[in-house]
Design a protein around this ligand. Structure first.
Ligand SMILES: Nc1ncnc2c1ncn2[C@@H]1O[C@H](COP(=O)(O)OP(=O)(O)OP(=O)(O)O)[C@@H](O)[C@H]1O
Length: 226
């Protein structure tokens, strides 16, 4: 899906967090890297209307993130850094089904879609588990399932491998690689970007590189001197 930034910028209390930026994203796997506080989350939040540009415009599939906010939220799903915070109901299957409420679906349809997404991520055995009892990797998978059940075209993941052990990290890496949906991934886990189509490097609120993974990471290392 086409995501278009047109001279979009964000300031907080007059301080620029993202300088004016124009670009078009359409690739299937897009990474976002940069130091803490460089503007990555600010950029990503603009895509699903969680944040409005102070100046300029962002469109997703031709929809304006400000004027068509509700429709944009349906197209672009966001998985937060601490995904347990975005899960509303205590039990996993209930939380997934909750995302389908208000869609004029029958109980049977909601149940079938919930079962299908649990199966898709091979977490059917966790359906009746309480969210706070899930491991880090299970929580991340559960959050991805909860968002994807609603059928977004693009998934935005904010540091999805943060705090995961090697095994769970691998699981999430493979899950992201296998998603048919477009995915935009903010990460400090640079090897996660292998095979990505495009990587954006932010530095002090500016887009410093827009390149293939290796080149973007090289620029990142050069800029920060590591
Ligand atoms: N709601 C807010 N109010 C005020 N300042 C903010 C707000 N959100 C972000 N900022 C500031 O904007 C800048 C960019 O923050 P952002 O969260 O986009 O960085 P980031 O690259 O995602 O960082 P990290 O890797 O630490 O998550 C920072 O200086 C941050 O303090």
């Amino acid at each position: 899906m086409d995501i278009v930034f047109s001279e979009a910028s964000v300031s907080f209390a007059g301080r620029p967090a993202l300088h004016p930026l124009s670009l078009r994203l359409f690739e299937r796997r897009i990474g976002i890297i940069g130091l803490n506080g460089s503007g990555k989350t600010t950029f990503a939040r603009l895509i699903n209307g969680l944040l409005r540009p102070t100046i300029g415009q962002v469109t997703v599939g031709g929809l304006d993130t400000v004027k068509d906010e509700a429709a944009v939220r349906g197209r672009a799903g966001f998985i937060f850094q601490n995904p347990q915070h975005q899960m509303i109901l205590p039990v996993l299957s209930e939380d997934i089904a909750f995302g389908l409420k208000n869609r004029r679906l029958s109980k049977e349809e909601i149940s079938a879609r919930t079962d299908a997404v649990l199966e898709r991520f091979r977490i059917t055995h966790l359906a009746g588990r309480r969210i706070h009892e899930l491991s880090g990797g299970e929580t991340q998978l559960a959050a991805i399932a909860s968002v994807l059940v609603t059928g977004p075209d693009v998934l935005i993941l904010d540091e999805p491998t943060n705090q995961l052990d090697l095994k769970n990290r691998r699981l999430i890496e493979e899950t992201i690689a296998g998603l048919p949906e477009q995915a935009i991934v903010i990460t400090h886990d640079l090897p996660l970007l292998d095979g990505f189509d495009r990587v954006l490097l932010f530095h002090e609120g500016r887009l410093e590189a827009d390149a293939a993974p290796q080149e973007a990471v090289r620029t990142y290392r050069r800029i920060v001197g590591c």
